[in-house]
Ligand binder design. Structure first.
Ligand code: P6P
Length: 334
């Protein structure tokens, strides 16, 4: 295949399908460059003294790892000067980040989880960056939290990077999902797969089984049937994978199918789930739907949820649409 770089892909998409305004193309190129820098920092690990804890807590009440903080700063510094953003929001920051007055502002809002999979950073397991792009409402000069609270269907772009054996960048602009692999010699992301498609059926499921006793009945029923295998109601055997990095589990599902679940559980009944809606579930749901998959919170389409707060959490069932449809139906039956 001709080596098409991310830059060329974006220019040709703009020329042929007029899907990418110049500022959005700049945004994507800048975020991709930031992901390259994060990949470098992650790749150095202990050699650069970036493992371990930064000994500060983030808004989630989680102790931040050094790389969490470094990754967040890389994304802020890469994006603040470009003139393409009205503001940014991050899992690592309680409030939105205003663009410094010395820089021009643009029309996009960028949200991100700078380094997803924190529990895997120190043990050399794949981690990643997730990002989502919204438009800033007309006439808003100083975006506040409420201006970010738009349903996932409003996203103009979403993507993630996985820092694994290779560094990949997966991107959707609402016309399919495409995968780019970082060519470390070139220093560029090169298109390695167009129009990723998730098979409607699968034999692989992803869930943290240690929480089983805390799940709601429909989830118990669904997973019990998977575990019953050939002799059970599904009449086939299933395999399980749980990387504990959403980006890695979702990338596997985009590559070969599967169903990813992080249900709410009884331990904290006030919490609808563990994963965050705005910068984890929404971008991943946009990507999964664009690849022919399905994404619900057990009851409704994740992308249709009207957010109430920037860091709100949500239950997530996403992937092969026949499986997500089934587990969602079990919730309706209950
Ligand atoms: P658990 C990582 O911390 C994360 O936010 C997701 O990337 C991942 O899917 C999930 O949490 C793992 O959670 O409870 O299995 O450690």
């Amino acid at each position: 295949m001709r080596r098409i770089t991310l830059t060329r892909f974006l220019i040709e998409e703009q020329r042929n399908r007029n899907v990418i305004e110049t500022d959005l193309r700049l945004l994507i190129e800048v975020v991709a460059r930031a992901c390259k820098s994060i990949s470098l920092a992650v790749g150095k690990g202990a050699l650069a003294g970036v493992l371990g804890s930064a000994d500060v807590e983030n808004v989630q009440g989680e102790v931040q790892k050094k790389l969490d903080v470094i990754s967040n700063e890389i994304l802020l510094e890469a994006n603040e000067w470009g003139g393409h953003l009205a503001a940014m929001a991050s899992e690592e920051m309680e409030h939105p980040y205003a663009i410094p007055h010395r820089y021009p502002k643009g029309e996009f809002l960028l949200l991100f989880d700078p380094l997803d999979g924190s529990s895997n950073i120190d043990v050399n397991v794949s981690i990643g960056t997730i990002f989502s792009v919204l438009r800033c409402p007309e006439g808003v000069e100083q975006p506040e939290e409420k201006h970010f609270l738009q349903a996932g269907t409003e996203q103009v772009c979403a993507g993630y990077a996985v820092y694994g054996p290779t560094t990949v960048l997966v991107l959707t602009l609402g016309r399919g999902v495409h995968c780019f692999t970082l060519d470390r010699e070139l220093g560029s992301f090169v298109l390695t797969q167009r129009d990723l498609s998730i098979p409607a059926d699968t034999k692989e499921f992803s869930i943290n089984m240690s929480n089983m006793r805390h799940w709601d009945a429909p989830v118990r029923r669904y997973v019990d049937e998977l575990l019953a295998g050939k002799s059970g109601p599904r009449a086939k055997d299933f395999n399980m994978r749980w990387v504990a990095s959403m980006v890695a589990d979702v990338h596997r599902i985009l590559t070969r199918g599967g169903v990813f679940m992080y249900p709410r559980d009884a331990r904290e009944p006030s919490k609808p789930g563990k994963l965050r809606l705005m910068y984890e579930a929404n971008p991943m749901s946009f990507i999964v739907e664009q690849a022919g998959g399905m994404a619900t919170d057990g009851h409704r389409r994740i992308l249709s949820i009207g957010p109430q707060s920037l860091h709100e959490r949500v239950a997530v069932f996403l992937g092969s649409r026949h499986e997500v449809d089934r587990v969602t139906r079990y919730h309706a039956d209950a």
